[in-house]
Ligand binder design. Structure first.
Ligand code: 6PG
Length: 240
């Protein structure tokens, strides 16, 4: 694994660096493989990044968008990660509807929705059961409890290693989430974390020894590149 940590002066600098990195991965992916696949995160940190991506001139028909996790609400619900992304980015550009691979949430049964998204991914990537595709970029946030995607501390989702998608559990509420082995198959994983409230979790995630079950972001050890983009408030006490 190739781990890189960058501490940027403030949130606008964090967004600018994330944009630059994503655009460079996009260029390489399209040159080498004819398309760019990216999984997005929810949370508040990436919203200005999505707005900045929408302002670029890009070959939208070659870009495929997925989500690393979703709240179990309809796509027009204010908590929906899909809705946030559509408003900030996707509704503002000419991306074909078929390139938007939203997490299904209308099955009335989170497990059925997880299976449906997994099957969609298997179809898109022409996978045989049990294999893990490499997305070009998986964008992640980290909560101040060290969760990432919807992989929360001490939950069953952290034990799932034979699936792409599973059901996460946020204080008893179901969420749909990538599993950590699927995230780890990516070519590049980019974490964005901002704010002083992330410091204690980051200290545990960067420690050489700590409990992976208590600090799920520790499980993210991709085969490709691992980027941690932090602002100074988050990165203050880190010695990368
Ligand atoms: C979600 C996210 C989640 C998020 C973190 C960080 O759907 O809630 O995918 O994992 O990235 O909670 O959120 P902030 O960016 O708001 O700190």
């Amino acid at each position: 694994m190739n781990k890189k940590v960058e501490i940027l002066p403030d949130q606008p600098a964090l967004v600018a660096r994330a944009l630059e990195l994503i655009l460079s991965k996009l260029e390489t992916a399209i040159k080498e493989r004819g398309q760019f696949t990216i999984a997005l995160s929810g949370g508040s940190t990436p919203k200005p990044l999505y707005e900045a991506i929408a302002n670029q001139k890009l070959p939208w028909d070659k870009i495929h968008v997925f989500w690393g996790d979703e709240r179990y609400v309809p796509p027009d619900h204010p908590d929906s990660n899909e809705l946030m992304t559509r408003r900030a980015w996707l509704d503002r550009v000419a991306i074909p509807a078929a390139n938007i691979h939203a997490i299904p949430t209308l099955e009335g049964n989170p497990e059925a929705s997880a299976v449906k998204y997994e099957q969609h991914l298997q179809g898109f990537f022409h996978l045989t059961a049990g294999s893990f595709p490499a997305l070009d970029v998986i964008l992640l946030g980290m909560g101040d409890d060290a969760h990432t995607a919807s992989l929360f501390p001490h939950t069953e989702a952290l034990k799932v290693r034979d699936r792409l998608i599973t059901v996460g559990n946020k204080d008893g509420n179901p969420r749909i989430t990538f599993t950590y082995p699927f995230i780890n198959a990516a070519r590049s994983v980019i974490f964005l974390a901002a704010g002083a409230n992330k410091r204690p979790a980051l200290a545990q995630v960067f420690a050489s020894v700590a409990d992976d079950f208590a600090y799920p972001s520790r499980l993210i050890q991709p085969q490709g590149e691992l980027w941690w983009l932090l602002d100074t408030a988050a990165g203050l006490e880190l010695k990368p």
